[in-house]
Design a protein around this ligand. Structure first.
Ligand code: FES
Length: 160
């Protein structure tokens, strides 16, 4: 189903809005002049992902030399802080606010190789994403097909 959700100029670069499409709640994000849509449902435990804080990727070439990349936006789920790249839906490790108490840990297959673009380590989740087009200056979200997400580095795809 393809649904016009807003005029393209209603969002400035870096802004987003959560819209209701039927029974679905979807976050529509503008990154530069491109638009992306994520399900407002965190794959971790179902939190309202797109209601979280949105910020550009911060990198530092040296102590005190922080640069923000407006073309790489991340949304942090308000429930537990997992961060997702809004352009792909890929999760990244949380903010690292380790509690004092300890928890059981186990070793699972995986790879902690940083993503070559973001320099961050991909997490285990990928939020649902949808195709977005701008037609006659109207943002259109297509919920009929989820966009394919690339598997995280070190995660092998399995046959359906
Ligand atoms: S439900 Fe989103 S981080 Fe836990």
């Amino acid at each position: 189903m393809r649904i016009a959700v807003m005029r393209a100029d209603e969002l400035a670069p870096g802004e987003h809005r959560v819209v209701q499409v039927g029974r679905r709640s979807i976050g529509v994000f503008r990154v530069g002049d491109e638009y992306y849509a994520l399900a407002d449902h965190c794959p971790h435990q179902g939190g309202p992902l797109c209601r979280g804080r949105v910020a550009p990727l911060a990198t530092a070439g040296a102590p005190g030399e922080v640069a923000l990349d407006p073309d790489r936006l991340f949304v942090a789920c308000p429930w537990h802080g997992w961060e997702y790249d809004v352009t792909t839906g890929q999760s990244f490790l949380g903010p690292g606010e380790a509690p004092v108490r300890s928890y059981p840990a186990e070793v699972l297959p995986g790879d902690l190789t940083p993503d070559p673009v973001t320099g961050r380590v991909p997490g285990p989740y990928v939020a649902d994403t949808y195709a977005v087009t701008v037609e006659d200056r109207v943002v259109v979200v297509d919920t009929s097909a989820r966009r394919a997400a690339a598997p995280a580095p070190g995660v092998e795809e399995t046959a359906p």
